[in-house]
Ligand binder design. Structure first.
Ligand code: NAD
Length: 480
């Protein structure tokens, strides 16, 4: 491939910023562990400048008509599709996922901008019938104000696009802190927004010490709303800071998705599909199917099909067309996998597939399956966020629901059945923001995506994703 990983910078008040004595941090290729580039880290002064630009940028951007805002967003989507190969190259370079999966991610990220471009034009208010003669009552949707957005490393194109697209469509300015581990994809998208005509200063993109940046942005009165995707622990920390000045919040936090497989389905077919879904992006997805509860009559056949599929996946460099699963994003994830497996071994849980590192360099770990797990093992309680699944049999509907709902998370849940009555019952009984029946696709640009319980609150995507960046204003007029 003829692309080169770019030099990195910050985007502050419409300028590309680097050097100037700023400290840097290396960005690594997870397939080799080698350094790709050095990332400059924002100083307090950079953040002050970004805040001032967001303040001015908001007063400019909110006055741009929804139709003209849509033109900028649609043009960005077009540029992303035109340069899909370059963006996919960046995603695979810094995250490691196979190139084919990276291309799909870029398409979906472009779809986010396209969706918000269209939906922003349909941001209707209401006329509310009034009680008195000569009175007119209406509600309007107004942009919340400057937004601080924080996105993690596991979907370097989709997550920033969803946050930036929604905020800009609503008329907000944004300061984004994407992950320091996957900065080039987000920076390339910021460049395309500028090329598409986004006024300077409406979007700043900063990297640095996460706690310093969030502390500074969240304590500023300029920022009126935050949107964060990441772990539940950090989400709680940011929420406690944001509430001090009553900022609007959307929090997409951890998950630990249960999958209930009933005995009326084809065990082999579902076992193969489940394993394929599990190891996509090396399982580093907050909606990744993880806890498999399989009805006793088909459990053995399901587990065998899952195990064989897991063992057949080729693990390797994402640029190799033969690769089915790339490396994990960083050394922390590999260490976490080792901890989960050591805990399971200690408890005598059966390791049916994987359970070890592989390849010579980089952050690789084999697709792993633990069967007949017990509720006290670490993997049954802590989100693996990696290529690790657990499975065990169940007997009754109520037992499966109890197991599915036993954790404090409630992001995605799946069920497989051909019985419509069961499908409705399970969809109603499961405590999750997203219930997916008989397939594995959770999030699309046009559908709402969000969690309940400790998986966070608020939605991204769909109409709800736009409304997350809007306040409702009520206006009541009486003719004198
Ligand atoms: P982490 O909790 O340190 O970081 C997660 C993300 O939050 C990163 O992008 C990081 O830059 C950001 N972050 C961390 N501290 C922050 C702060 N004080 N202010 C603002 N942003 C901050 O953990 P990690 O090692 O990167 O990932 C570990 C766990 O995080 C995973 O096991 C998973 O549970 C969760 N995670 C969830 C998602 C998701 O899509 N919901 C994505 C990535 C990680």
């Amino acid at each position: 491939m003829a692309f080169a990983y770019p030099e990195l910078h910050l985007v502050v008040a419409g300028r590309q910023v680097k050097g100037g004595g700023r400290t840097t941090e290396p960005v690594l290729n997870p397939a080799t562990g080698a350094r790709l580039a050095d990332l400059p880290l924002a100083t307090e002064a950079d953040l002050d400048e970004a805040l001032a630009a967001a303040d001015v940028g908001f007063s400019v951007w909110r006055r741009v008509s929804a139709v003209d805002r849509a033109k900028v967003l649609k043009c960005t989507a077009d540029l992303m599709r035109e340069r899909r190969e370059y963006l996919a190259f960046l995603v695979t370079s810094e995250l490691g996922k196979p190139l084919a999966q990276a291309r799909l991610e870029v398409e979906q990220a472009a779809g986010m901008f396209e969706w918000y471009a269209e939906e922003g034009k349909r941001s209707y208010g209401r006329i509310i019938p009034s009680r008195a003669e000569g009175s007119r009552q209406m509600s309007l949707r107004e942009p919340v104000g400057p937004i601080a957005a924080f996105s993690p490393w596991n979907a370097p194109a989709i997550t920033p696009s969803r946050k930036i697209g929604g905020a800009l469509a609503a008329g907000c300015s944004v300061i984004v802190k994407p992950s320091e581990e996957t900065p080039a994809t987000a920076l390339a998208i910021a460049g395309m927004l500028e090329e598409a005509g986004l006024p300077a200063g409406v979007l700043s993109m900063v990297f640095g010490h996460p706690a310093m940046i969030s502390g500074k942005l969240l304590s500023s009165p300029v920022i009126r709303g935050i949107t964060f995707t990441g772990s539940t622990a950090i989400g709680k920390l940011l929420a406690s800071q944001a509430v001090q000045s009553m900022k609007r919040m959307t929090l997409e936090l951890g998950g630990h998705a249960p999958v209930i497989v009933f005995d009326d389905v084809d065990a082999e077919k579902v076992g193969v599909a489940a394993a394929t879904a599990k190891y996509r992006n090396a399982g580093q997805v907050c909606t990744s199917p993880t806890r498999f509860y399989v009805q006793a009559g088909i459990y053995e056949r399901f587990a065998r099909a899952f195990e064989e599929t897991a063992k057949a996946i080729t693990v390797g460099d994402g640029f190799d067309p033969a690769t089915g699963m790339g490396p994990l994003a960083n050394a922390r994830r590999v260490e976490a996998m080792e901890e989960f497996v050591a805990d399971a071994r200690h408890r005598g849980i059966r390791l049916s597939a994987g359970g070890e590192r592989c390849c010579n360099a980089g952050f690789f770990y084999r697709p792993t399956l633990l069967t007949d797990f017990s509720d006290d093992c670490m993997a049954a309680n802590v989100e693996p966020f990696g290529p690790l699944a657990i499975a065990r049999p169940f007997e009754t509907f109520d037992e499966a629901i109890l197991s599915a709902n036993r954790l404090p998370f409630g992001l995605a849940a799946y069920a497989m059945t051909n019985d419509v009555r069961r499908a409705h019952a399970v969809a109603e009984a499961i405590e999750a923001g997203n219930v997916i029946l008989n397939h594995w696709t959770v999030s699309l640009p046009e559908t709402p995506f969000g969690g309940v319980k400790e998986s966070g609150f608020g939605s991204e995507g769909g109409l709800e994703g736009l409304q997350a960046f809007q306040n409702t204003k009520f206006i009541s007029t009486l003719t004198l």
